[in-house]
Design a protein around this ligand. Structure first.
Ligand code: TYD
Length: 132
């Protein structure tokens, strides 16, 4: 599985904390887009898709949420609950996000602009594409 938790260095001082994400340092791809998911309603699950090319780093900058990941071989569940860690999602990976805390703000840094053509939303098609 080409997904892993990455740790960020927080520049904390007596005023509080600051994390910086830079292309080529914390983010290992050219940054083309940032979006965030928040105000997620109770028991909502999101995602349910894979991407052909997109690479992402997801950071729960507030609250917590969980990811279910599946690359066709290996399954993994990851909890994000600190702004000091991110989840790097790379390769053809089916992802589902769940257990959002009411205060969760999930920020995602992405390697490409939004493009519906890059999505695989059909689970059977995903299984077919990851079979070989
Ligand atoms: P959706 O793909 O359903 O989100 P998730 O994968 O988190 O469940 O996206 C919700 C809507 O937002 C959908 O109409 C597409 C749109 N959208 C954009 O316009 N730009 C983006 O960068 C993203 C991620 C989604």
């Amino acid at each position: 599985m080409e997904c892993k938790i990455v740790e960020f260095t927080s520049k904390g001082d007596e005023r509080g904390q600051l994390v910086a994400l830079e292309q080529g340092r914390e983010i290992p791809f050219p940054i083309k887009r940032v979006y965030y998911i928040y105000d997620t309603k109770t028991d909502v699950e999101r995602g349910f898709h894979a991407h052909k090319q997109l690479e992402q780093v997801a950071v729960c900058v507030k609250g917590s949420c969980k990811f279910r990941l599946f690359d066709g071989i290996e399954k993994m569940t990851v909890e994000l609950s600190t702004p000091e860690k991110g989840l790097h999602i790379k390769g053809m990976v089916w992802r589902e996000m769940f257990d959002f805390s009411p205060d969760c703000v999930l920020m995602v840094v992405a390697s490409l602009p939004y493009d519906e053509a890059d999505y695989i939303r059909d689970y059977d098609k995903f299984l077919e594409m990851t079979k070989r």
